[in-house]
Design a protein around this ligand. Structure first.
Ligand SMILES: *Cc1c(COP(=O)(O)O)cnc(C)c1O
Length: 434
């Protein structure tokens, strides 16, 4: 990697500053708790924790432990295992609740993200009479839009009339709070459910979740969030914000590994509502009598009542290793570092743009309260050659045509030095690609 010998005169100042910040970082040692993928002799510069979080060093022991219990006990590991499989999902509950700002009985680890989104929409998107509309954001992650459209069709509703896709103002990239809440108020009793992302995957905007929830409730609609890019990234208070439902995946900022078990949140006030329609399965049946194999469904209270199947143990094992790191680091300290790390990247991008004369536009809001760690950067006038330069120099970022770099400096395992080195490589790449 050619890090410290760029032609950019300002680079040394960023490298020096990074050293000072890293020396003072109380979370610096957490980097050693994750496997940074190698590029040749060195570690790469990994900025795609928003897509797939890195492997926790502790994952291997936990997975090996489950394999061993399977070898030793067979089916009896459901009760005899070191982490009994029958209640395996509960191993994640307390840590997930802390990350989500929820009561333990409001969260459950289960299924995959889009599956959970469907299960929750079945319960919380209940079009009736005039109240039929479902609101999402324009440019939503495709899976969420597909889920929304198919839910509308499930109710026999025309998406043209019943799907609202909130778009930013002309010439803007992100949604203004008042535009969201005004639109919700304007839809009034036509609106059944608001289902936005927590942090938008493309722009990195952190939605004003508390305000959106309050606005939805004021018109009698339910409100839920897809937290794929928010979980483990920004501090959440789902309980206090009175969010009705939420779901997330385990493999992005939560570092649970590919296909990791996802999660769901259902607010306590919906904990005991057998009348709420849902798709039922035996894992949502009263726990104490589950193995009596009774023919009639007896609902478990809380988020666990939305479970259908038994816990996917292997898909959750690595997540437990990562959650232990979150517990040790704490969301408050992670957020504190995250704000500084992303501000450092932002300052660096501006300095690089000034040095090379390029227009580097940041789509992500500059207000820390309106973003997590990700920045989405447009390198105007550049193309794939810039991306290839980054890749050749060991930088892993997400690239979208024409020239959008989405990158996430993750406070658990990225350092200020990672960012400073990236800036040098970016500066070089921009100079070469003209
Ligand atoms: C990553 C992501 C998904 C992926 O869905 P899976 O069900 O986990 O495959 C869906 N929605 C959003 C907003 C995402 O960011």
């Amino acid at each position: 990697m050619p890090p410290e010998n760029t032609t950019w005169p300002g680079h040394q100042a960023f490298l020096d500053k990074a050293r000072v910040f890293d020396d003072a970082d109380p979370l610096a040692s957490f980097r050693e708790r994750f496997h940074m993928p190698p590029r040749g002799e060195e570690a790469c510069l990994y900025f795609t924790g928003n897509s797939l979080g890195l492997q926790p060093v502790g994952a291997s022991d936990i997975i090996q432990g489950e394999l061993e219990d399977w070898r030793k006990y067979g089916v009896e590991a459901h009760f005899e295992g070191r982490r009994p499989w029958v209640s395996y999902h509960k191993e994640a509950t307390h840590d997930l609740a802390a990350i989500m700002g929820a009561q333990p009985r409001e969260v459950v680890a289960m299924n995959a993200l889009t599956v959970n989104l469907h299960l929750l929409l079945i319960s919380f998107y209940r079009p009736e009479g005039r109240r039929t509309k479902l609101m999402i954001e324009a440019g939503a992650f495709p899976s969420d839009r597909y889920a929304a459209l198919s839910q509308l069709r499930l109710h026999g509703l025309d998406p043209e009339e019943n799907l609202i896709e909130l778009a930013p103002r002309e010439g803007e990239h992100t949604l203004r709070t008042e535009d969201i809440t005004d639109r919700i108020a304007a839809e009034g009793d036509r609106l059944a459910c608001v289902m936005l992302c927590g942090v938008q995957y493309y722009t990195g905007q952190w939605m004003p979740m508390a305000e959106v929830t309050a606005a939805a409730h004021a018109v009698g609609a339910t409100c839920g969030f897809d937290l794929a890019h928010a979980a483990g990234n920004v501090p959440l208070q789902l309980h206090d914000w009175k969010v009705d439902f939420a779901c997330w995946c385990g493999y992005k900022y939560l570092n649970g590994g590919p296909g990791c078990t996802a999660g769901a949140f259902v607010h306590e006030r919906h904990a005991q509502k057998p009348e709420l329609p849902r798709l039922e399965g035996w894992w949502g049946h009263a726990e104490s009598r589950r193995f009596k194999m009774e023919p009639d469904f007896d609902l478990m209270p809380g988020a666990e009542g939305w479970q259908t199947s038994n816990a996917p143990v292997m898909n959750m094992a690595a997540l437990l290793a990562s959650l232990a790191e979150f517990r040790a680091a704490g969301m408050d300290r992670l957020r504190h570092k995250s704000i500084a790390l992303t501000a450092f990247l932002e300052e660096g991008i501006m300095a690089v743009a000034q040095d090379t004369g390029d227009t580097l536009e940041i789509l992500t809001p500059s207000d820390p309260d309106a973003r997590g760690c990700q920045l989405s950067i447009v390198a105007h006038g550049h193309g794939k050659a810039l991306f290839e330069h980054l890749t050749e120099n060991g930088v892993i970022v997400d690239w979208r045509e024409p020239a959008v770099i989405r990158m996430a400096p993750v406070p658990l395992y990225n350092s200020f030095a990672d960012v400073a080195r990236f800036l040098g490589i970016l500066d070089d790449g921009l100079r070469r690609d003209t």
